[in-house]
Design a protein around this ligand. Structure first.
Ligand SMILES: Nc1nc2c(ncn2[C@@H]2O[C@H](COP(=O)(O)OP(=O)(O)OP(=O)(O)O)[C@@H](O)[C@H]2O)c(=O)[nH]1
Ligand SMILES: [Zn+2]
Length: 388
């Protein structure tokens, strides 16, 4: 590690120390709020008390007691239901968008509007999702979804209104591109950790895309990318991109080639802009009218799948602040911080949580700047949120 980066880490640690009392106060307030919500609703997080800012945290803390299916169960259940009720689907269609009771399906280069019977949602313990592969049959003039193929991956968040449901953002995605931006809004590495865990839990490969890189000069750019070194160490591809200069677009194209990929991230980071930038050049190259169409597109409310040709599909998702990690326990949390595994062998206690124990090698390496302080802070915060 060179001198510059050491100094940066030190500065970062100082910042963290200054922030700590504030963070702690906030965490305490949130915990009290969660307890009140729990008492009031007798275990159910009540709709009117849950705000867009706190519901994911409430779910982390109380979701497990409410019989919500876990990510693993969700994938397994889809598989069981499918095998017992249907044979192989000969010519599955791909769900492009879902609206109440209906969906748009892409099959054999054609788009079909199909009716979705309510029992499909009940059986899957979640509604149909964009990316689902479905069996559609003709019913008079219309089409009907008869079965949904087992999902290989899911990108899900708990449904705040239905205690036993998950809200699926996308199904069967191979790659999930977490788009973050610099300056507007600024890069906040700690938010990245939750996204990465949620993506990996669902079974997809995460990619980090740092958009609006054109807003930085060379020095700022180095400083921002420096913050992301822990993710490079975790083998998460990082792509600096700009829809203004075109930087990184080829790298993104390579990563999604022949795959089903979804773009996720906060509102305003530039997901739709990236899609447009990728799409415009693709249309120029192929001049194919079947590519991306404007109809039925509701970027802020629902996910939509676009066909980019050659077996490449991209899903635009509405701005998501966070994914809930309601079915994660403290033990499994460690799996998502593999950089702690080797130092953990030198902790005094073999079952060291690295949160409050003495002689903790993980903590010591964080203090020495050998492990990333922001990553460690996230770990401690999540460890506190998860309770068990
Ligand atoms: N400077 C700069 N601005 C960008 C870039 N990409 C997008 N923007 C701007 O960022 C703003 C938000 O872009 P969108 O593509 O709408 O963001 P989004 O993530 O799709 O937002 P939601 O649809 O609300 O989730 C727009 O004003 C874009 O012009 C970029 O590479 N550089
Ligand atoms: Zn330890």
């Amino acid at each position: 590690m060179d001198r510059l980066s050491k100094r940066q880490i030190k500065r970062h640690q100082m910042d963290l120390r200054k922030q700590a009392p504030h963070e702690e106060m906030k965490a305490r307030k949130q915990a009290a709020k969660a307890r009140r919500a729990l008492r009031r609703g007798k275990g159910e997080v009540r709709e009117q008390r849950v705000t867009e800012d706190n519901w994911e945290e409430l779910l982390d803390q109380h979701g497990r007691s409410r019989k919500r299916p876990s990510i693993d169960e969700l994938v397994a259940q889809a598989r069981d239901g499918f095998e017992s009720e249907t044979g192989e689907i000969e010519n599955p269609g791909l769900v492009m968008s879902v609206a109440s009771g209906r969906c748009r399906v892409f099959r054999d280069g054609e788009e079909l509007d199909a009716f979705v019977p309510p029992e499909i949602a009940v059986r899957q313990k979640s509604a149909l999702a964009v990316g689902d592969r479905v069996d559609v049959v003709r019913e008079g003039e219309a089409w009907r979804v008869r079965a949904v193929m087992p999902r290989t991956t899911v990108l899900a968040r708990p449904d705040p209104l239905h205690a036993h449901r998950q809200r699926l953002i996308a199904a069967n995605v191979d790659v999930v591109i977490h788009v973050v931006s610099v300056k507007a809004p600024p890069l906040r590495p700690r938010l990245i950790d939750r996204f990465l865990i949620a993506i990996q839990r669902g079974g997809a490969q995460p990619v980090l895309c740092v958009n609006k890189i054109d807003l930085l000069d060379a020095e700022e750019r180095e400083a921002e990318l420096e913050k992301l070194t822990p993710y490079l160490d975790l083998k998460v591809p990082i792509i600096g991109a700009s829809t203004k200069t075109g930087e990184g677009l080829d790298a993104l194209r390579d990563l999604v080639q022949g795959k089903l990929a979804a773009l996720v991230g906060h509102s305003g980071v530039g997901k739709s802009s990236i899609l447009n930038a990728l799409d415009a050049s693709l249309q120029l190259a192929t001049n194919d009218l079947h590519h991306k169409r404007a109809t039925g597109r509701h970027t802020t409310t629902a996910s939509t799948l676009y066909d980019f040709g050659d077996g490449t599909y991209l899903i635009d998702t509405p701005g998501i602040r966070e994914f809930g990690l309601w079915d994660l326990d403290r033990e499994s949390l460690r799996d998502y911080f593999p950089e702690f595994t080797e130092p953990a062998e030198s902790c005094r206690f073999t079952d060291c949580t690295h949160v409050h124990e003495p002689d903790c090698e993980v903590k010591e390496r964080v203090e020495r700047g050998e492990l990333n302080a922001a990553r460690y802070e996230t770990y401690v915060r999540l460890w506190g949120d998860l309770l068990t």
